[in-house]
Design a protein around this ligand. Structure first.
Ligand SMILES: [Zn+2]
Length: 129
């Protein structure tokens, strides 16, 4: 199965601020516009972090392609210095699929700091999640 990336919604950044910090009791809601139909995808970052996986989310064969697309270095840390986690999201309106890349830091037990580092469209024909 091939994995091909479409349009980027968000590219990783070394200086991006976390979207969620459980210590600051910030909201865990995050949204972005679908590149295909412009409707809004609503994410719950805590839920997303819980069901996110490592770079082998689309199969071990595709882990390198995912790390390469998001410029994740050989050390394997996310751009914010945390752990890279990935989840697939689907536009409820048009069915366009996205791979979401989170940086997850857990500085203390039970505290989550989540940075949304990347969002990319998955082209049809890509391996199923
Ligand atoms: Zn859509």
């Amino acid at each position: 199965m091939s994995l091909s990336f479409g349009r980027d919604v968000l590219r990783p950044s070394l200086v991006r601020r976390p979207a969620f910090n459980s210590l600051a009791e910030s909201a865990s809601a995050y949204d972005f516009a679908c590149v295909a139909c412009n409707s809004t995808l609503y994410l719950d970052l805590l839920d997303l972090r819980r069901r996110a996986a490592d770079a082998s989310i689309m199969g071990a064969d595709h882990a390198d392609a995912i790390r390469e697309h998001f410029d994740i270095g050989i050390v394997g840390k996310s751009h914010d210095g945390g752990w890279p986690r990935f989840a697939v999201e689907v536009c409820h309106r048009c069915g366009t699929r996205y791979l979401v890349y989170l940086g997850w830091q857990e500085p203390n037990n039970g505290i989550d700091v989540i940075t949304v580092q990347g969002i990319v469209e998955l082209r049809s024909g890509a391996a199923s999640a």
